[in-house]
Design a binder for this molecule. Structure first.
Ligand code: SF4
Length: 371
């Protein structure tokens, strides 16, 4: 990572949004006590990054699970976390979802949903052998990478350099589409060590939720070593990841503290914290819930930036904003760097099931979620 603060993207507009009155009394220090403890003089500001939170792929996957519960009733099995967010997983568990690690843990004949991160063909094969009914909630933007992996290795005879985090479910799924012809590259530090079959038949692909800047650094190093490295037809880092990083790049330079709402296993949430630090935030912290925010972080924080990962419901961000209001921070100023209106159709299996059950509105998963 660079040690200088890179230039942030342009802001399209700023607007003020209202924060609801705090609803849950907290057993914390009073605002007067906080004011006495802080070194901040003058106004205390909140910069709220936009876009933030749910992306179209996460929304589609969560709605698919909810619709499956409605249609078939519990239990519904999901392989791995449907999306990487503690609150979402806990909420669905309460509704009757059983999360499993592998398809062979599911009783024969039951319904299994594949998560938004995608699966390898071997996982689908296991599910088929167990006679499971399946719904594939893989994000269409991950499916696009799977298709590229198959096409470039079978039709075009390339070897893939897959930039991504070894062990992440999405990387496992993509790797599994061409395991004999793929090398995983975790980051620029690995470029010098990798071995390839033919340096003139290489193409790179990537995980969808990486740091845009670090991925470009990896590609640059790969190209220095393999000058004939081919680019994919389009970037694999998805619009949601790019947009959330662009927004926090604008917020971070003005922030004494950036709070990223998102889970520890959420790649794009962890990247947001790193990007905030890289782009000038004096401090950045990631929390799952508002009650994980440590009041000592506020001591020298006149301006706090807030954002959330692509798997985070907005209600969790609102809880953090209420907490900040308790501590004397003013109305959030929203920093908008892009507008998003992408919506994906629900998985075909659930659309068919809903149609058969007489539901009229079965097409889209993308409602604006608050929970
Ligand atoms: S972060 Fe991107 S790739 Fe992942 S589910 Fe969301 S839209 Fe799809």
């Amino acid at each position: 990572m660079s040690t200088t603060t890179p230039e942030a993207p342009a802001v399209q507009r700023r607007k003020h949004i209202s924060v609801p009155t705090p609803q849950v009394p907290r057993k914390r220090r009073s605002p007067e006590e906080i004011a006495a403890a802080t070194t901040v003089e003058g106004p205390k500001r909140i910069l709220l990054a936009a876009p933030r939170g749910y992306c179209a792929g996460v929304d589609r996957a969560v709605v698919a699970v909810e619709k499956a519960l409605e249609r078939y009733g519990p239990p519904v099995y999901v392989r791995k976390e449907i999306v990487h967010n503690r609150h979402v997983v806990d909420t669905l568990t309460e509704k009757g979802v059983i999360f499993v690690e592998e398809a062979d843990e599911v009783p024969e004949g039951e319904l299994l949903i594949f998560s938004a991160h995608g699966v390898s063909p071997a996982v689908k094969q296991t599910a088929q052998e167990r006679g499971l009914q399946t719904i594939d909630a893989t994000c269409p933007l991950v499916t696009k990478v799977h298709r590229e992996a198959v096409r470039f290795t079978t039709k075009d005879d390339y070897h893939i350099l897959l930039i991504g985090h070894d062990g992440h479910e999405e990387v496992e799924g993509t790797y599994g589409h061409a395991p004999q012809s793929t090398t995983i590259v975790n980051g620029p530090w690995e470029v010098d060590q990798i071995e390839v079959p033919d340096p003139d038949r290489l193409i790179w692909l990537s995980q969808t939720t990486l740091s845009v800047d670090e991925t470009m650094e990896t590609v640059q190093k790969l190209r220095e070593r393999f000058p004939n490295l081919q680019d994919p037809p389009s970037d694999d880092i998805c619009y949601a990841t790019s947009n959330r990083q662009a927004a926090i790049k604008k917020v971070a330079p003005e922030s004494d503290l950036v709070i990223v709402v998102g889970s520890a296993n959420s790649s794009n949430s962890v990247r947001l914290k790193e990007v905030a630090e890289e782009y000038g935030a004096k401090r950045a912290e990631r929390v799952d819930f508002a009650n994980q925010v440590d009041e000592s972080w506020f001591t020298e924080a006149a301006t706090i930036g807030v954002t959330s990962g692509a798997s985070v419901p907005e209600v969790l961000v609102q809880e953090v904003l209420r907490l900040l209001a308790d501590y004397g921070y003013g109305e959030p100023e929203e920093i908008v760097t892009a507008e998003e209106d992408i919506v994906f159709s629900l998985p075909k299996e659930i659309r068919k099931a809903l149609q058969e059950a007489g539901h009229e509105d079965v097409g889209r998963g993308g409602r604006k979620r608050q929970d």
